[in-house]
Design a protein around this ligand. Structure first.
Ligand code: SF4
Length: 209
């Protein structure tokens, strides 16, 4: 296989440690001055700068102490967000209700939109009976979720278990910045990285043999 090597093929990570030599294919060393300047300028944007500073401070202050829910609350407070949108999968509605309770207790206004909002038919986008044999005929509607949260004027949106692809459309159409609290994985208790740990164990076993 003749693939171009990139960061995922690098065992050195010198951009992070700064104590070794960069590999010959290193992406850091291949950046042009123009690209570096373009990206640096983007961090001068008020919102981008604020998000970068606040998220880095939270990471540093609460490293290994705060859960992701706590980080989310801390981030939203320091960003001075008032109204938080929740874009939830219908299957995660109980977890979203709990999140809404916690956010409200912390002084935020909460507005949630469930994935089936609008109750559109899957057939409307050309899906067939076969495509919905194991699932509902009602289409997940991430564009409508974004539309509704945009109209409600949410300052920040939280994704709760939207499917792969549906989440992409939500990110695409949300006007407010988005964070993901739950990445849905129905097989692994919403812990998708479990599959990667399992694969790592499998591949290390193969190399041992
Ligand atoms: S930027 Fe360079 S050193 Fe950093 S991970 Fe990528 S290839 Fe490795």
């Amino acid at each position: 296989m003749n693939e171009t090597r990139s960061c995922v093929d690098c065992g050195i990570l010198n951009c992070h440690t700064r104590d070794k030599k960069y590999p010959e294919f290193c992406l850091t060393t291949k950046l042009t001055e123009e690209t570096i300047e373009k990206v640096k300028r983007l961090y001068e944007d008020e919102e981008n700068k604020k998000v970068s500073v606040i998220s880095a401070k939270i990471e540093n202050e609460f490293y290994l102490r705060y859960t992701r829910v706590e980080e989310l609350i801390e981030f939203a407070k320091r960003m001075e967000y008032k109204k938080i949108g929740i874009a939830t999968c219908v299957g995660l509605i109980e977890e979203s209700r709990m999140l809404a309770r916690i956010l409200r207790k912390n002084g935020f206004e909460v507005y949630g939109a469930v994935c089936k909002i609008g109750s559109f038919d899957k057939s409307g986008v050309g899906l067939t009976e076969e495509d919905m044999a194991k699932t509902s005929p009602v289409m997940c509607n991430p564009i409508m979720q974004a539309e509704v949260l945009n109209s409600a004027g949410t300052d920040f949106n939280v994704v709760m278990g939207l499917c792969v692809g549906h989440d992409s459309l939500f990110y695409k159409y949300s006007k407010a910045l988005v964070t993901t609290l739950v990445a849905k994985d129905r097989v692994l208790a919403h812990n998708p990285v479990g599959a990667l740990y399992q694969a790592r164990a499998y591949y290390s076993k193969l190399t041992e043999e």
